[in-house]
Write a protein that binds this ligand. Structure first.
Ligand SMILES: [Zn+2]
Length: 45
């Protein structure tokens, strides 16, 4: 994983940067994550 990782909300109002490796990586299959990612599951840190 290349650091820092940057991200933000979809409207662009909030931006953030991750400067340390994540402790946990998980996949979420809820309908919110499916809708947001357009895939069968969402990936979170
Ligand atoms: Zn979810």
């Amino acid at each position: 994983m290349k650091l820092p990782q940057t991200g933000g909300c979809q409207c662009g109002a909030v931006r953030y940067a991750i400067t340390a490796p994540p402790r946990t990586v998980y996949c979420c299959h809820c309908t919110v994550c499916q809708t947001q990612s357009g895939a069968a599951f969402g990936r979170g840190w």
